[in-house]
Design a protein around this ligand. Sequence first.
Ligand SMILES: *Cc1c(COP(=O)(O)O)cnc(C)c1O
Length: 378
Amino acid sequence: MLIFDLKGVFIKKRKSFKTEIKMKHNFGAGPSNLPQEVYKEASQAILNLNDTGLSVLEISHRSKEFDEIIIEAERLVRELLHVPRAYSVLFLQGGASTQFAMAPLNLLPKDGYATYLDTGAWSTKAVKQAEKIGETKILASSSDRNYSYIPKDFEIPSDASYFHYTSNNTIFGTEVFETPKSSIPVVVDMSSDIFSREIEVSDFDLIYAGAQKNLGPAGMTLVIINDDILGKSGNIIPSMLDYQAHIKAGSRYNTPPVFSIYTSMLTLRWLKQKGGVQVIEKENIVKARTLYEEIERNTLFKATADVTDRSRMNVTFVMENGDLEAEFLEFAKKREIVGIKGHRSVGGFRASIYNSIGIQSVNALVDAMQEFEEQKTK
Ligand SMILES: *Cc1c(COP(=O)(O)O)cnc(C)c1O
């Protein structure tokens, strides 16, 4: 049969693939590195998914094969985050950026108003979209000190339609560790820290996250939503932007991002095998502490965020002498360390240490910082 001939050709070609590629320490902020096991299994599935003779890229999104994938993906999300039954789990497209508009469209009535915490570029973008849909108020902002901290002195009004915040500020390197107390629905952008630490899903009513930081390849957005808050805005909502339409269709209102869902599912399997969120959180704490301690100790570097609000996922730091920054980037690159250049709005460096970045990569960066210091202070 032709299919086996084809398969034979594939297998032959595969033999010449280098399966053990020497990987770099990629501290990029997103898309980010994924576990090696996930890369291997995903590449195998591109050639031949579970011996079906089909690539994962060509299976129907209505097939039994994909049923199994999406069911397992949802089950793993529910299990790893202990998602309550009353919440739906959706795999959508459009990135977190589409959620900036989708959340207000579904939750903000004409006579209501939305409240936002402004902790940096992503919050600001979320606010901009909400303003197009209805009245929007910023309750507090840390723009006065270039978003180097999380504002804490604010109260969430009980008559607002919802409260929105960004749990981890990927660009500025700050993270909200304590969920703000609220009597109204809480909407959170967890794009860059979902699955990195334990959360109480019932503290939130809408959680969204683009896949490409801690979950899988770009193309899929994870949404976890309390169904009770839907259907109340009175807005006319195009179906693709309507959570209820996606819930009704089981994330298959149209063709979902099959490959991104599949690969995210593999990452969640990997996480479960490691022991789940509780275990990865401990590792993430150690990784972040190791790096921040070196930044504090090293005479050349200094952290940019306030101690209490420092992100465990994106570590932002600069050099006391900015003239040396380009040189350190090169120095690190020679040690296979890439992706550490800071975002232009902070400068310096940003090391993103998502779930799949191992402690050995953090140690490689710390070693580079120490060697560079020795060289410069001799
Ligand atoms: C990366 C990121 C986004 C943007 O995500 P897209 O999927 O590219 O739209 C939004 N919010 C946060 C916190 C991010 O880190």
